[in-house]
Design a binder for this molecule. Structure first.
Ligand SMILES: Cc1ncc(COP(=O)(O)O)c(C=O)c1O
Length: 403
């Protein structure tokens, strides 16, 4: 069924001022129903989780509901959905916990392609424990990283392979399923950073073969919070630092302090918006199946818009596209000859087009691609981007390049 971008746009108040938002890879704009769910949680009675008072039941129901929604989004076990402050915080926590078992001789594989949120936590705790970090590289001129680039570093000593589902800088989508399949028979745990990918494709962490899958709802129309998915059985084997009276249960064992219930309400609402991108069949299809249908339609829609964006950028003299891997999200990193990225960013912003420049915390990737910490300009499509947004971006870039 066709994807109706206008239907979604009508539900996003921020779009009313006419800004063209190409900064979705940094964080998306928010549908009214998501904001309403957050406000609704705060305006009803809300206490700590429990089943005695209505206010306790509200907090409990919201939490249980968000775990079910998160599980539907990535095809995971609801009992293994952990919420935390951000992907970065969750990854530090998992790395710190797993590192209790690491020592000299153990090895951790990270990649040059990844956001630092899926590099530094592993490198930090590897160093503290005496374990060795192995770095998988990508082809700097294209941004392509093959499964072999990662798997050639794996051996019997490998404890964790941390790899991105998609690069937030270049859009590269490594074949994580091939990596997962190859690791299935090994003891190494596969930790997939799905923060950038989850906004653009149907996700099935079981099909990927990921032991852990992390994402951030604020990248897919939701609030600023992080989500980790793993099997409850795996989480049971792990013992994070925690307070004495806090729950030993999984997944609560991993959730430090009181959860932001209002944001959890927003997570469920955002996932329901994704499920409803292609509307209908609520009574006959599971939410999981509706998410898959919608995200498949979104992926096709974004592919068409991406082709228009890429062809337009390539047609402008002086523009260089850095995103050249064979399989990518609709995210373009580009430079304009003789114009610093920070100037392109500012001049586009003056035209109501938000496309920032930088390395976006994918510092290793920017350096490995030869761009340095300054990176380049990033234009990322989001579920609400339309043809007119793309044409305005291209017109702005053409004017800047022609000066
Ligand atoms: C690919 C990727 N991984 C990780 C992160 C970090 O996510 P969070 O802000 O939830 O820590 C980001 C944020 O931009 C990202 O794009």
């Amino acid at each position: 069924m066709a994807y109706d971008v206008d239907r979604l746009r009508a539900r996003i108040p921020a779009l009313a001022d006419g800004t063209a938002y190409f900064d979705g890879p940094g964080g998306t704009q928010t549908p009214d129903v998501v904001a309403a769910a957050i406000a609704g949680a705060l305006m009803a009675g809300l206490s700590n989780r429990g089943r005695v008072t209505q206010a306790e039941r509200n907090a409990d129901d919201i939490t249980v509901g968000a775990r079910l929604a998160g599980a539907d989004l990535v095809n995971a076990d609801p009992a293994g959905i952990v919420f935390g402050r951000s992907m970065t915080e969750l990854t530090f926590q998992v790395a710190r916990t797993l590192a209790q078992e690491w020592g000299p001789g153990d090895e951790i594989v990270v990649t040059r392609l990844d956001h630092d949120g899926n590099v530094r936590p592993w490198a930090t705790y590897a160093e503290r424990s005496g374990a060795t970090v192995r770095w998988a590289a990508f082809e700097p001129s294209t941004g392509h990283m093959t499964p072999e680039d990662v798997l050639s570093l794996v051996n019997d000593n490998t404890r964790v392979v941390a790899v991105t589902g998609a690069s937030n800088l270049l859009g590269t989508r490594p074949d994580v399923s091939a990596i997962g399949a190859a690791l299935a028979s090994s003891d190494a745990l596969l930790y997939v950073d799905g923060v950038h990918l989850t906004a653009h494709a149907p996700i099935d962490m079981e099909a990927i073969g990921a032991d852990f899958y992390v994402c951030s709802p604020y990248k897919f129309l939701g609030p600023h919070i992080g989500m980790l998915a793993a099997s409850a059985a795996l989480l049971e084997t792990m013992h994070p630092d925690k307070l004495r009276p806090s729950s030993e249960q999984v997944p609560e064992r991993f959730e430090l302090g009181t959860l932001p219930y209002e944001l959890l309400g927003g997570v469920t609402a955002a996932i329901d918006v994704l499920a409803d991108l292609v509307p209908g069949d609520e009574d006959t299809m599971s939410r999981r199946d509706r998410i898959t249908r919608s995200m498949t339609a979104l992926e096709e829609y974004e592919a068409g818009l991406h082709a228009r964006l890429r062809a337009g950028l390539e047609s402008i003299a002086g523009v260089h596209c850095h995103s050249n891997a064979p399989v990518r999200t609709p995210t373009e990193l580009f430079s304009v000859d003789a114009v610093p990225g920070s100037d392109v960013y500012r001049e586009l912003a003056a035209r109501g087009v938000n496309a920032p420049a930088g390395s976006f915390y994918a510092i290793e990737a920017a350096e490995w691609a030869g761009l340095g910490a300054a990176g380049a300009v990033r234009a990322g499509l989001a579920p609400y981007t339309n043809d007119e947004d793309v044409d305005r971006l291209l017109a702005g870039v053409a004017e800047i390049a022609a000066r």
